[in-house]
Ligand binder design. Structure first.
Ligand code: 0GY
Length: 291
């Protein structure tokens, strides 16, 4: 692994918050193990191994029932580690893959059978090389008939340039980590306002209210400065939000979060039992387990 790589927390705290029955961790990854599933040659980082068995043990420890595993960029478009985790989950995991325009219909069908329900388009240059928009549009058109969605990962300053592309997509679009707002700016400010407006105007756009540990300047354990942003999204779009741990937390440099502390942020961003049930159960079940 990279010399400055931080491995996931070895013994997280048991959260005080008890997730509702059937709760889904809708953003997490597996890394390798590299001896079995080598990392992609074009990767931008080399992580520690983080296996499906470790992920499923964490799921149980934190009080969750299911996972949505998102293909990590260190595996490029080679989805074998993801598919292996899905087929060994006993139906308790679904996936989001990364594919190129060369993917065949047979490969898409096989991934669907394994539990893949979406593809991810990543716009962070530190994670992936640039892919032209027409190529991404072509991939979106290929997966739309399968009723897959598109997950998009970008940083807030790039939203003005990307918004037209996102709104042109023919699928549900799920934004990772609230579009990575600068939480030093006001929650009522123009930057976050543009993100909220995008969701106001486009009912097919959803948001993950995940990764306070990446966005926070105030830091653990409460990640207090991120809470008003996530709460705003949950309260305004209660039927279009997802939550995830982001385990094993790729590219965290300043600190490695305690996953129990992350779970304890949930009741602060979704303060009622009804909001918690929609965020953790109803919404992910509709997107990932209904077809
Ligand atoms: C995340 C965030 C990151 C990495 C990846 O697939 C990935 O490599 O998603 C990041 O470095 O910000 O959502 O896991």
């Amino acid at each position: 692994m990279d010399a400055d790589w931080l491995c996931f927390h070895p013994n997280p705290t048991k959260p005080r918050f008890v997730p509702p029955p059937g709760a889904v961790d809708a953003h997490c990854h597996v890394f390798g193990p590299a001896a079995e599933f080598p990392f992609a040659p074009e990767r931008k980082y080399t992580p520690c191994d983080a296996s499906k068995a470790q992920l499923f043990a964490l799921r149980d420890f934190l009080g969750f029932s299911r996972n949505v595993i998102v293909q990590a960029t260190c595996h490029g478009n080679d989805n074998r580690a993801l598919v292996d985790a899905l087929v060994h989950s006993g139906g308790r995991a679904r996936g989001v893959a990364s594919v190129s325009r060369d993917v065949t219909d047979a490969e898409l069908s096989a991934m669907h059978a394994a539990g893949v329900r979406g593809v991810r388009f990543n716009f962070l240059r530190r994670l992936v090389d640039f892919t032209p928009r027409p190529v991404l549009a072509e991939i979106a058109a290929r997966v739309a008939p399968l009723r897959w969605h598109v997950v998009v990962y970008f940083e807030a300053q790039d939203l003005p340039e990307l918004a037209d592309f996102f709104t042109s997509l023919p699928t549900t679009v799920v934004v990772d980590h609230m579009g990575r707002p600068d939480v030093g700016q006001p929650v009522d400010g123009p930057e976050f306002g543009a993100f909220l407006r995008l969701l106001d105007e486009h009912p097919n756009i959803w948001s993950k209210v995940s990764c306070p540990e990446r966005l926070s300047k105030s830091g653990p354990p409460g990640y207090d400065d991120v809470v008003p942003f996530a709460r705003r999204v949950v309260e305004r779009f209660p039927d279009r939000v997802l939550w995830g741990t982001d385990w094993p937390h790729p590219n965290m440099k300043g600190h490695m979060p305690d996953d129990g502390h992350l779970v304890d942020v949930i009741p602060r961003i979704a303060p009622t039992a009804g909001l918690q049930r929609r965020l953790l159960v109803d919404n992910p079940m509709r997107l990932y387990w209904s077809h």
